[in-house]
Design a protein around this ligand. Structure first.
Ligand SMILES: Cc1cc2nc3c(=O)[nH]c(=O)nc-3n(C[C@H](O)[C@H](O)[C@H](O)COP(=O)(O)O)c2cc1C
Length: 217
């Protein structure tokens, strides 16, 4: 196999200059700082700023991770949606803890969230499902996410069948469609520096309030 080292070496990372960040002036609540940083990333033209890596742990303690879309941020925490029968769904049922990682290269910033995970109510799940377009609903209804697939034809037939069902019964809701909320225990804000003197500010939950600490880069 051709080693990648020579192709990797000239590649640049952390090329953008973040705006000034003064941790001593940061809000008391990390959710507020997240909204500030997220809004800034959107305004800076970050592509898919709402894409995040969700890390979970399976029943044997082995980590797993994949990219998802952030669906909401409320006082409860960070929300995402997926199938409860998927690998992540099974893992979250066995071990309802998770970590989220955002990286916004356009502004040289990253945010890490760790916490416990709870499920949305049946009504919330159904409402979220019904807001999806027909194609997305057909995939969610007709495909057992993360299960072994024999062939592309098999999935196409199942999804077309689900689309026909949804056409006839638009009120149908996938029984596995689930909203999850990561309730933060800790949230870290990381900002790059050209000289690699990166800034790190970690919030830790103290029940009703938050404590903060700086971290070495
Ligand atoms: C940018 C991006 C956004 C994604 N958003 C979602 C999502 O919101 N929900 C979802 O179930 N999968 C989403 N996926 C697919 C997941 O990465 C993953 O393949 C899928 O959820 C199965 O993961 P699992 O087998 O670990 O359960 C997204 C993938 C990418 C690259």
């Amino acid at each position: 196999m051709h080693p990648l080292r020579d192709s990797l070496r000239p590649l640049k990372s952390l090329t953008s200059t973040p705006p000034p960040f003064d941790p001593s002036a940061a809000p008391d609540n990390p959710l507020e700082l997240f909204v500030q940083w997220f809004t800034h990333a959107v305004e800076a033209g970050q592509v898919e700023p709402h894409a995040m890596t969700l890390s979970t742990v399976d029943a044997d303690g082995v980590p797993d991770a994949r990219v998802l879309i952030l669906k909401d941020l409320t006082d409860d925490g960070w929300w995402f949606a997926s199938s409860s029968a998927s690998a992540k769904g099974v893992e979250l049922t066995a071990n309802p803890v998770a970590a989220l990682t955002f990286y916004w290269p356009a502004v040289g910033r990253s945010v890490r969230v760790r916490g416990t995970v709870t499920r949305g109510s049946e009504e919330d799940n159904a409402r979220d499902f019904s807001r999806r377009g027909l194609g997305a609903r057909a995939v969610a209804l007709g495909s057992p996410q993360s299960q072994r697939l024999a062939s592309h034809d098999e999935s196409e037939a199942a999804i077309e069948e689900a689309a026909r069902e949804l056409d006839a019964h638009p009120e149908l809701v996938s029984p596995t469609w689930t909203l999850w909320c990561v309730r933060p225990e800790s949230v870290e804000f990381w900002q790059s520096d050209a000289e690699r003197r990166h800034q790190r500010l970690r919030y830790s939950s103290q029940g009703q309030s938050w404590s903060t600490t700086l971290l070495w880069p």
